[in-house]
Design a protein around this ligand. Structure first.
Ligand code: GDP
Ligand code: MG
Length: 438
């Protein structure tokens, strides 16, 4: 994978503060290959890699950063520019229109959004404006029942605009109204006219484009055509649970330059997450260690209180995957982890052995990989590791691109860690010692 090939190049040139043209070209080619494999549009790949090459050749790495780390950072920054940094969805009362092709997940997403907004205290009503798909009315009605939100639809009515007009009136008391529109197998004029008319006459506050992450090269042109018709304000990428690629979605986002707000990670109404560009990128590139690389120039500056709180958590009886994740978040900076685990008196622990230097280096590496896996779990799973059955493990493996074996290995180590934590919980001296080591 990309991460491996990059690393081998990096190893070759490590130690030099100067990187020649050929090396940069070589690195760029690796990145191109990885992006194309992830279904990113060719034009976008070329544009991106040209910029990366140019910057790598002309810019000087900041003090404290090696040239090779700098190239990675440039790639990362350029991709991030496309995705935008954290664009938080504005949680204000509004009318939202969902658009997108058939089967991309509009109707499901309408329900997921309703649940999400209601959790934030915003009453939500759904309007069934898909007048073409048989059973669309019933599907949305059922979903509204499931998430317990408002609903408006007119069974049998073929005029979408009329339904939306009436729906807005009927659902006037709801803070948020979500219009679920029709889709098609491919973009045709009738559909475009329909959504265009709703947009013009109703003027919804926010138009969100729902796109399936598993779509390939056709994603970009689709997005562009719809954007021209209704002016897309934001994007929701669905079915992220089914692919580690999602390059089509990235191309679409690049083409219309709208922020991604949410991702869909399953068929259930809770399977929606706020979009995190960094996570998305490391998944797309198969680079579990992007964050670690980004940390190279930063100091490892956790405060003593933070360290103490994390240790307390670690030592407390309850210890789920989220706790483990929190600890890793704080300590998983290059070197610091090594220090942390080096400080554990594993030799004195039941069944444990003291780790040597090379094992500690491996631990650093492995934990970075584990973080990518944990990133692919839902909050529910992190808090209830017991629910992780074969089906969930399979999904997490696909989502993180790390393989089922690694997911199972992580769970095994979590269980071992949990057991160890219990046995050292009572040992006050141990905690004291650990703290002084940090
Ligand atoms: P629409 O035609 O755009 O309204 O799409 P639907 O909402 O009817 O969804 C089409 C199919 O995709 C349904 O079977 C959904 O359960 C499924 N689906 C939607 N979002 C997701 C998701 O995030 N993950 C997975 N695995 N399936 C999804
Ligand atoms: Mg639908």
């Amino acid at each position: 994978n990309l991460s491996e090939s990059l690393k081998s190049i990096m190893r070759k040139i490590s130690g030099s503060s100067f990187i020649d043209k050929d090396t940069i070209k070589e690195v760029t080619k690796e990145i191109q290959r990885a992006l194309l494999k992830a279904d990113v549009n060719v034009k976008l790949v070329l544009k991106l890699t040209n910029t990366v090459q140019e910057r790598a050749l002309n810019e000087k790495p900041p003090a404290g950063m090696t040239a090779q780390d700098y190239i990675i950072r440039v790639i990362y920054e350029e991709l991030l520019k496309i995705l935008g940094t954290d664009s938080n969805f504005d949680l204000k009362p509004q009318t939202i229109m969902l658009v997108g092709l058939y089967g991309n997940g509009k109707t499901t997403t309408a329900g997921k959004l309703a649940r999400l907004f209601m959790k934030k205290g915003l009453s939500t009503g759904l309007i069934a404006a898909d007048v073409h798909r048989p059973g669309a009315f019933e599907q949305l009605q059922q979903i509204s029942g499931d998430v317990n939100c408002g609903f408006y639809g007119e069974k049998g009515e073929k005029n979408a605009l009329k339904i939306v007009r009436n729906g807005i009136k009927e659902l006037a008391d709801f803070k948020i109204k979500i219009i679920d529109t029709s889709g098609r197998d491919s973009l045709d004029q009738e559909l475009i006219d329909e959504v265009h008319e709703i947009k013009e006459k109703i003027n919804p506050d926010t138009v969100l484009f729902v796109i399936d992450a598993t779509l390939g090269q056709q994603a970009g042109p689709q997005a562009k055509t719809l954007h021209d018709a209704v002016n897309i304000d934001g994007v929701i990428i669905t079915k992220m649970d089914g692919t580690g690629k999602a390059g089509g979605a990235l191309s679409a986002v690049a083409d219309i330059q709208s922020p991604v707000y949410f991702i869909g990670t399953g068929e259930h109404m809770d399977d929606i997450q706020i979009f995190n560009p960094k996570k998305f990128l490391s998944r797309l590139l198969g680079m579990g260690d992007i964050d670690a690389l980004m940390e190279v120039v930063k100091e490892t500056n956790i405060t003593e209180e933070e360290a103490e709180a994390s240790l307390d958590k670690l030592m407390s009886g309850k210890f789920d995957l989220k706790d483990m994740y929190d600890v890793w978040e704080k300590f998983a900076k290059p070197g610091l982890l090594k220090k942390f685990f080096g400080a554990l008196p594993l030799g004195k622990m039941p069944g444990g052995n003291k780790l040597d230097e090379s094992q500690l280096d491996q631990a650093d590496e492995k934990l970075r990989l584990y973080r990518v896996i944990l990133d692919s779990m839902t909050f529910y799973e992190l808090e209830n590791p017991d629910v992780l059955n074969a089906k969930r493990i399979k999904r997490i493996a696909a989502g993180s691109g790390q393989g089922e074996k690694n997911v199972r290995q992580l769970l095994k180590e979590y269980n071992a860690m949990k057991k160890n934590m219990k046995s050292i919980k009572k040992n006050r001296n141990f905690k004291k010692m650990l703290k002084t080591q940090l």
